[in-house]
Design a binder for this molecule. Sequence first.
Ligand code: FES
Length: 109
Amino acid sequence: MPKPERHVFVCTQQRPPGHPRPSCGANHGSFSLYAALSMELDQRGLFQKVQVTSTGCMGPCHRGPSVLVYPEGVMYAGMQESDLPAFIEEHLVGGKPVASLLMPQEDWG
Ligand code: FES
């Protein structure tokens, strides 16, 4: 397997109903986002360049789905399936993170 240029982590953490913290998998639809991203990358022939991994909680649960991209180490918050074309074209292909979709700096507080 060739080394991918980028690695995308999509949080699919699930917490039970009634849990005090929301979760990307149970409350923010991250499973369908993960599936749509994987399918889109496959259809575009980008699977050798971009690795996608579902993962557990990465912290900003209230702003999910959370998506982390390396090697840049940038976090996206609240990404929707409708954001995928811009995310793929501008960041995963073009190398420039989509500023309007990034998690606000103050949320790292
Ligand atoms: S549950 Fe997804 S970031 Fe916490």
